[in-house]
Ligand binder design. Structure first.
Ligand code: CU
Length: 170
């Protein structure tokens, strides 16, 4: 059950906690004033920066992306992929992972899935994703139609923002 790797623990011990905290605050706060007027508006969702780090385990992989919303609030309810028997949604708070049933996508805001923070956990892998290939993944929402993205598989050590390279030891 515990799929936290040594690498991840080291990451969390470093600058990633601060980053995750900053992302969480940004995600929670920037829509509070706009909520009332935007509740009825149609969500306009866009996925960007999606990637899967090549997993070090055979049966599990993590997935990251940013959801940008230019309309009313929505909710990410699940994710599916051909290569995974199931995908669970996880948040990370204070270094501890927690499974979530859904994630709110704020109106005129964004929801971030990033290393050390929220992540998708692809479980019961039917095959192990290899660096350089693409994995098809579909995100499901409370209001919006499902969005299917071709997610590139990156190196196990890939970081979209190079805020800390000290854990690049292998
Ligand atoms: Cu997790």
């Amino acid at each position: 059950m515990n799929h936290r790797t040594t690498t991840r623990r080291r990451t969390l011990a470093g600058g990633a906690i601060a980053l995750a905290a900053a992302l969480t605050l940004a995600g929670c706060n920037d829509d509070s004033g706009a909520k009332d007027s935007a509740t009825k508006a149609k969500p306009e969702l866009k996925v960007s920066g999606a990637y899967i780090p090549e997993p070090t385990m055979n049966d599990m992989a993590a997935g990251f992306f940013t959801l940008t919303n230019k309309g009313g609030a929505d909710e990410l309810t699940s994710a599916t992929s051909d290569i995974a028997g199931s995908i669970t949604l996880h948040s990370t708070k204070g270094g501890a992972m927690k499974e979530e049933k859904s994630f709110k996508v704020p109106a005129n805001g964004h929801l971030d899935f990033a290393s050390g923070g929220n992540h998708l956990m692809l479980e019961k892998l039917k095959r192990k994703p290899k660096q350089g290939e693409k994995v098809e993944m579909t995100l499901h929402f409370r209001k919006s139609d499902p969005i299917t993205v071709e997610v590139p598989v990156e190196a196990a050590t890939y970081k979209p923002e190079q805020h800390d390279s000290s854990h690049n030891s292998h």
